[in-house]
Design a protein around this ligand. Structure first.
Ligand code: HEC
Length: 175
């Protein structure tokens, strides 16, 4: 701008166009390449990547855990676990003290079914077939059990024979 405004005064009317051209040439001869201006410290990693990177090991552990064999299904369930899971406790009490269904604890179930096979058959079939009929050992203390209401469900499809045996043994000896 200063060169352009000074040009007419210096060179007068001799060759204003040549002077202008010379001035323009002088400016153009050494063009300064435009260097990109730095706007601050540069990093290849965006800020939001930091929490992502921190979470990565935890995700890896969870991800690998998804492929591990399920622990609960690995071993057979114990009689006590089946008693809870199958809902026996809901009707007979968590500790077998009785409820909708009669008391099983303290060897009561064993008195009704002295023979383990009868006990297994009872749990397998439920009480529907015995509805209105008295059941169990007639010689047990207190006599045979009063007529069944039919409210005891069959566990045939719900529990495997092994599971029924396990829960029966739990009721007989540990409840
Ligand atoms: C929906 C309630 C209910 C559930 C669940 C239930 N029972 Fe029963 N159970 C009864 C009823 C009621 C009777 C008594 C017979 C009747 O009235 O039909 C009974 C009777 C029994 C008896 C005979 C006890 C006696 O001395 O008279 C045994 C043993 C027994 N149940 C075991 C089990 C087992 C083992 C389970 C779980 C696998 C179970 N019950 C789940 C309701 C239930």
């Amino acid at each position: 701008m200063a060169a352009a405004s000074a040009a007419p005064a210096d060179v007068a009317s001799a060759a204003p166009q040549a002077a202008a051209a010379a001035t323009a040439t002088a400016v153009i001869t050494e063009p300064v390449p435009e260097v990109p201006v730095s706007t601050g410290p540069r990093s290849g990693i965006p800020v939001w990547m930091m929490p992502v990177l921190l979470a990565l090991p935890f995700w890896a552990v969870v991800y690998m855990g998804a492929f591990a064999a399920p622990k609960a299904a690995a071993g057979p369930r114990t009689g006590a676990q089946i008693y809870v899971a199958a809902g026996c406790g809901a009707c007979h009490g968590a500790t077998g003290g009785g409820g909708v269904g009669p008391k099983l604890a303290g060897g009561e179930a064993k008195l009704t079914f002295p023979n383990e096979a009868d006990h297994v058959a009872w749990v397998t079939e439920g009480s529907a077939a015995s509805k209105g009929k008295s059941y169990g050992d007639p010689n047990r203390p207190g006599g045979a059990r009063p007529p069944a209401s039919g409210g005891m469900p069959s566990f045939k499809g719900q529990l495997t024979p092994e599971e029924i045996l396990a829960v029966v043994q739990y009721e007989r000896d540990r409840l």
